[in-house]
Design a protein around this ligand. Structure first.
Ligand SMILES: Nc1ncnc2c1ncn2[C@@H]1O[C@H](COP(=O)(O)OP(=O)(O)OP(=O)(O)O)[C@@H](O)[C@H]1O
Length: 289
């Protein structure tokens, strides 16, 4: 093992070696780092011994059969749930150690997009988009904004980027499913989170609209330099959009690698009985198999 030189730290500070400090400098802080993570609900063990890390700016798809634990994993990453065992470090914070204001501050840096119900139905599109600013506004300003939208130019700009400039004053119920997802993405643009977690964002949409939404999310993540994790059921959308795939099966990390490395055999083993039901034979793989 290489010898390392010790630096004398001031009293009260932790000591780190030259080698360690060089490693820290070379490697930006991971957005997520999971070590031996387990999650159980009562006696049901849902996740077991999960370990991986995510670096800033990565675009990752999480795949796996129904019930594999993908949504539970996303809820652990966003600090909505705490692990039953192991450690989840989100943006450098141990989620188990956070409470109250510190926990809310961490969650504000994470933008979440769900399958549906992303919008508040009785608020106009403009207010739904400006919800992305709530974390930075005092309560008085947030209330005033409901009467007199604050930072209107930001909302307009974000809606223009998702090609919904003309829907500024619409109610969510007047929009299609795909348009509602685009409004939710405009809210993420206004929020500018450090990381975006999208939990099955296109499951309710047909493949064409799903592709549009995934491409929009990936373009946004790339242009803002934001880390993006998507829980993805539509495997046709992996290629060209994601750099890395994390596959879960029965609550365990089954495989991780580049989309191009996914083979038909891997999918058969990963999805088991669901492979046929999901018509995964029809999914074209980069390897051509
Ligand atoms: N709050 C909870 N209490 C009890 N069991 C839960 C809870 N949340 C999830 N589970 C169980 O954990 C398992 C994994 O659920 P999860 O929703 O994380 O899977 P998933 O991979 O996202 O599935 P899908 O693709 O079908 O949405 C399931 O068996 C589910 O019933």
């Amino acid at each position: 093992m290489a010898e390392t030189t010790r630096i004398e730290a001031p009293q009260g500070a932790s000591r780190i070696s030259v080698k360690e400090s060089r490693d820290v400098l070379l490697k930006p802080q991971a957005v997520f780092a999971l070590q031996g993570v387990g999650k159980s609900f009562g006696r049901a063990q849902v996740l077991t011994d999960i370990a991986f890390s995510v670096q800033p700016g990565e675009r990752i798809a999480v795949i796996g059969p129904s019930g594999a634990g993908k949504t539970t994993l996303f809820r652990l990453l966003s600090a909505v749930l705490k692990p039953s065992s192991g450690r989840v470090l989100t943006l450098g914070c141990d989620t188990c150690a956070l409470r109250g204001r510190a926990l809310r501050r961490l969650r504000r840096q994470i933008g979440v997009l769900y399958q549906n119900d992303n919008l508040i139905p009785h608020l106009r599109v403009v207010h739904n988009v400006l919800m992305g600013r709530l974390g930075d506004w005092a309560l008085a300003r947030a209330l005033l904004s409901l009467l007199w939208p604050q930072e209107l130019a930001k909302a307009k700009e974000a809606l223009a980027r998702v090609e919904l400039a003309d829907k500024l004053w619409s109610m969510p119920g007047e929009l299609s499913g795909g348009q509602q997802q685009r409004v939710a993405i405009a809210r993420l643009m206004v929020q500018q989170p450090r990381v975006m977690l999208a939990d099955e964002p296109v499951s309710q949409l047909d493949i064409r609209l799903g592709r549009e939404i995934i491409e929009l999310l990936c373009t946004l993540a790339t242009s803002l330099g934001t880390t993006l994790l998507v829980n993805l059921h539509t495997l046709e959308l992996l290629h060209g959009n994601f750099e890395r795939v994390i596959a879960l099966r029965q609550g365990r990390l089954f495989w991780e690698g580049a989309p191009a490395a996914i083979s038909r055999e891997l999918l058969q083993e990963l999805y088991g009985a669901e492979y046929r039901a999901l018509h995964l034979d029809d999914v074209s793989l980069n390897s051509g198999s």
